[in-house]
Design a protein around this ligand. Structure first.
Ligand code: PRP
Length: 206
């Protein structure tokens, strides 16, 4: 299931990323801003719990999100600016990291690093800016489900229609929040029009 907020602010920020003359700093900053909007959408119906705090007028019961139930997982490496944006808002969440790389010839993804703890009782916020064939996201979801994630909310910036439908067919219970859906994949499985290599652009990798 996917949600695609068609807000002008969100669309404008995503289209800023299309300009290849922006600096890596602006690229990462824009990704931060986009991620905050996606997170806002994803957490719209998140339950709150009562907490008793010492307010300026004595004890008071307030409602808050229980962040200890939230795990933020990023797919290295292009998702790192998204990860940063989420944990700067959910400051008491726990984090996990998955290294998944697409083979340049076969275009198949493979998991090379898993630093994700037990997901039982957790809502996992999974971040990866690009969904091309959907292989990397499927690999990530498979790992998270095996580790017992209660619910998976996936924040993604650009997807191909092909990749999105692969994930929705395989994992209909995963809630995907996507900023823009592009036209198609090309013969090399790159998203068209896409952004280029988001990891390289974020970190100026040679
Ligand atoms: C990119 C991107 C996604 C994946 C999408 O990462 O960040 O994780 O490709 O492609 P898919 O949907 O076809 O699997 P990449 O494999 O280039 O890894 P990198 O960020 O380490 O370069």
């Amino acid at each position: 299931m996917h949600t695609h907020p068609e807000h002008p602010l969100l669309q404008s920020l995503v289209n800023t990323l299309r300009d290849i003359t922006i600096s890596p700093l602006t690229f990462r900053h824009t990704i931060h801003e986009i991620t905050k909007i996606l997170l806002y959408e994803a957490m719209r119906t998140f339950p709150m719990k009562p907490y008793t705090v010492m307010s300026w007028r004595g004890e008071q019961t307030i409602q808050r999100i229980d962040e200890s139930e939230i795990m933020v997982v990023s797919v290295l490496r292009a998702a790192l600016p998204m990860h940063d944006a989420v944990i700067n808002t959910l400051t008491h969440s726990v984090s996990g990291f998955l290294g998944i790389k697409r083979d340049e010839v076969t275009h198949k993804s493979h998991l090379y690093y898993d630093r994700v703890g037990d997901c039982k009782g957790k809502t996992v916020i999974l971040v990866d800016p690009m969904v091309a064939t959907g292989g990397s996201l499927c690999d990530a979801i498979e790992v998270l489900e095996k580790k017992g994630a209660d619910e998976i909310l996936s924040l993604n910036i650009i997807a191909s229609p092909e990749g999105l439908s692969v994930i929705e067919d395989m994992y209909p219970n995963v809630k995907i929040f996507i900023a823009q859906i592009d036209e198609r994949l090309d013969e090399n499985k790159f998203i068209i029009p896409g952004l280029g290599d988001a990891g390289d652009r974020a970190f100026n990798t040679l």
